[in-house]
Write a protein that binds this ligand. Sequence first.
Ligand SMILES: *Cc1c(COP(=O)(O)O)cnc(C)c1O
Length: 393
Amino acid sequence: MNTKNKGFETKLVHAGDFNDQFGAAVPPIYQTSTFAFKNADHGARLFAGKEKGFIYTRINNPTIEALENKLAELENGFGGIAFASGMGAVSALYAALLKQGDHMIGSAAMYGPSRSIMETFFKDFGVESTFLDTSDLQAVENAIQSNTKLIYIETPTNPTMVLTDIEAISKLAHQHNILVGVDNTFASPYLQNPLNMGADIVLHSLTKFINGHADIVGGALIAKDEEIYKRLRKAMTYFGANMDPHQAYMVIRGVKTLSLRVERASENAMKVAEFLENHPKIAWVKYPGLESYPQYELAKKQMKLPGAMISFEIKGGLEAGKTLMNNVKLSLLAVSLGGIESLIQHPASMTHASMSKEAREAANITDGLVRFSVGIENVEDIIEDLDQALGMI
Ligand SMILES: *Cc1c(COP(=O)(O)O)cnc(C)c1O
């Protein structure tokens, strides 16, 4: 079925599907490493790109391609490339677009490993980088150098919940012939489509909202045009962080309900954020749906709904944070996000515990900061659970 001119929800369900010989309703799992050629000439034509077909699963595979085509349509891109993980996609993006002597600008609070790999491996390869608050357009402009080739942003960022104006950044970057990559993991393609706002590449950790069921790890890049797509695909094929067909099948299955899941999680998150904002033990709440949110207008312009992610600060610092963690019963104490189950995380005692208090504060990771990925459970149950746990502080 051609879903190009259909609505987003129709694309979620049907885009990328293909007809196999048995009329299977969903793309079957082609669990094979290699594909037999009909004869020598057929093999030659496939290798030369003169005929469409499959050669070897690291290069491509029907199940994986079905997912890639679906993701490309969801983000309105030229083509999608699936990876074994979100970090596989990040590494391929950097490797494909940056070489020795180049410079990139990134959001300071981006996903930790996306920044670390740039400041360790890629620095050793001779790539320069500047990480700053990309919500400050003037600061981004000031950081542009003659060798800047990529601006890579994450919006909203984790766990500080700061937005970057994708349209404004893209305009600025293109005046300087710089490519723009957007990590769209937190918003998901249902809430935000960066390519429509001028970005060149979109990245997703499929592990989060797109798969949505906390049962696989995966990543993807979606490119605006063929030229960028080819560069990215080459990096995936050569570096080899390719997705597995079974993994692709799981993501195809998970993504079909993306709009339903994100809509419900966002609705729940709004109620949870309002509850927290009025709770005496909470110092502040950052949620793009609250009028108190500093970038409320940008959130309304850029995102379809405020999403499922909330950050808040508990009064009482480290101990209060630990008490909350030790007393919630419904939400799981876990990293990751974007699943159907609520996940809660206290960076100061968990993910960032090995950092000094000073280093944490420099990164805006305060002692009472809590990150909450709101799930699709009954919202009264989620609130009641938080309420009883906050009562223990
Ligand atoms: C999880 C995550 C990644 C990395 O993805 P993996 O699938 O864990 O490799 C990158 N960016 C963001 C925003 C993430 O949340």
